[in-house]
Design a protein around this ligand. Structure first.
Ligand code: HSE
Length: 433
């Protein structure tokens, strides 16, 4: 039975995503009402610049006073798509206090203050949903939180930033350097004028924190995530990767330790074999690979950004939250019962590709191999080639078996001290094998 009194929605932010949310709410109004069991009405839209023309939005709904909007008391759901920490955090908390549930796309806020926001939602018996905070349209939060609730997730490995995937894909397919590929990404609108959040891995690290927390039923905050950007990746790294049958991706990796007693979360560029499904994720697309005890390997793929794709995830949450309101229930809240500690990067175990410039003379290979052995790092392959400079030096590429990051760091520090090692040209982790 359809309820005739509409559920009221307050939209905070009407930019690229917010305007698409409003558009879909209007164009799909009948379908949304049928799916929810009641009509949904846009009751107010809070913006910073009220004079901007917003097609399809009744100007009488537009306000600059977001606080007054969330305090109205008749709002059922607040949709927060303004981003950033403040005023979003205060507005969400105020919304709970005044009886509304919240749908948010705010990865930075969830990664920093997710626990406090969940606690506020629980205190007021309201929902906090945020499918759109990670990888745009791709369903990830709900599959991890609900579909896999009966399984044990061991690893989440993903490309969760489209800008950097576009740049790395360009470098791979054209041989371009980082700056050239970034310039193209900027010209095509994939990279922002200030690309720091994307290329330095902050955006991906926030998403990794959210995914790790849900996957491992533990609290993982942005500060717990090890982060390395991709600005140092060179055309030479791609050439080395190709030699190994690999490509390079900026990966978010969340793992349960082998003994099950802790977890790690990290973001960094890594080589992955061309045979791995993530290697074929091209352009600005995102994909997340989930490994669980019972399900085995799952991959989620799709557009990770953009107005309409992100709005799709917001609308999915809006429907779920509205259904909960009608049935007088709330959906799943925070699940952090496992309370697994987050280990530092030193405990991560993986393989490494190390490129060294060395003196090309007798005994050097033995010296280098000894340093690896002394730190307990086992070598898988070694490849040496003379350098075109003809300066009597050679390039030595060492690929290791699995070793801890702490052991590898110790190895590299010792290698740097050898007179015969002129420099460490690059160190890259090898994942997905
Ligand atoms: N800037 C992000 C990306 C989208 O390039 O994927 C929003 O998280």
């Amino acid at each position: 039975m359809m309820r005739t009194r509409p559920l009221k929605v307050a939209l905070l932010g009407c930019g690229v995503v917010g305007s698409e949310v409003a558009r879909i709410m209007t164009t799909h109004a009948d379908d949304l009402a049928a799916r929810i069991g009641a009509p949904v009405e846009l009751a107010g839209v809070a913006v910073r610049r009220p004079d901007r023309v917003r097609e399809g939005i009744d100007p009488s709904l537009v306000t600059t006073d977001a606080t007054a909007l969330v305090k109205r008391g008749d709002i059922d759901v607040v949709v927060e798509v303004i981003g950033g920490i403040e005023p979003a955090r205060s507005l969400i908390t105020t919304a709970f206090e005044h009886g509304a549930s919240v749908v948010s796309a705010n990865k930075a806020l969830l990664a920093q203050d997710g626990a406090a926001l969940h606690a506020a939602a629980e205190e007021h018996d309201k929902d906090l949903y945020y499918e759109a905070a990670v990888a745009g349209a791709i369903p990830l939060i709900r599959p991890l939180r609900e579909s896999l609730a009966g399984d044990k997730v061991n690893r989440v490995l993903g490309i969760v930033n489209g800008t950097t995937n576009f740049i790395l894909d360009k470098m791979d397919s054209t041989g371009a350097g980082y700056q050239e590929a970034l310039d193209e990404a900027t010209a095509l609108g994939y990279a922002e004028a200030d690309p720091t959040a994307d290329v330095e891995g902050f955006d991906a690290a926030a998403k990794a924190a959210i995914l790790a927390g849900i996957a491992f039923h533990s609290r993982v905050r942005l500060d717990d995530v090890y982060r390395e950007g991709m600005t140092e990746v060179t055309a030479a790294d791609f050439a080395s990767a190709k030699n190994m049958g690999c490509t390079i991706k900026l990966l978010a990796i969340c793992e349960r330790a082998q003994d099950g007693g802790s977890v790690t979360a990290r973001v960094h560029p890594a080589m992955i074999p061309l045979s791995h499904p993530l290697a074929s994720v091209r352009g600005a697309y995102n994909a997340v690979f989930v490994e669980s005890d019972a399900s085995g390997q799952l991959m989620f793929y799709g557009p990770g950004a953009g107005g309409a794709p992100t709005a799709s995830a917001v609308l999915g949450d809006l429907v779920a939250v509205c259904r909960n309101r009608l049935s007088g229930a709330t959906g799943p809240g925070e699940s952090a019962y496992a309370a697994l500690p987050v280990s530092g990067m030193g405990d991560v175990v993986t393989r490494y590709h190390i490129s060294l410039d060395v003196a090309d003379k007798p005994g050097v290979l033995a010296q280098v191999a000894t340093v690896f052995a002394e730190h307990g790092v086992s070598i898988d392959t070694v490849r040496q080639q003379g350098r075109p400079e003809g300066d009597g030096d050679a390039s030595l590429v060492v690929v290791t078996h699995r070793a801890s990051d702490a052991s590898l760091t110790g190895t590299v520090e010792a290698l740097r001290k050898l007179d015969t090692v002129r420099g460490v040209a690059s160190i890259m982790r090898v994942e997905g094998e």
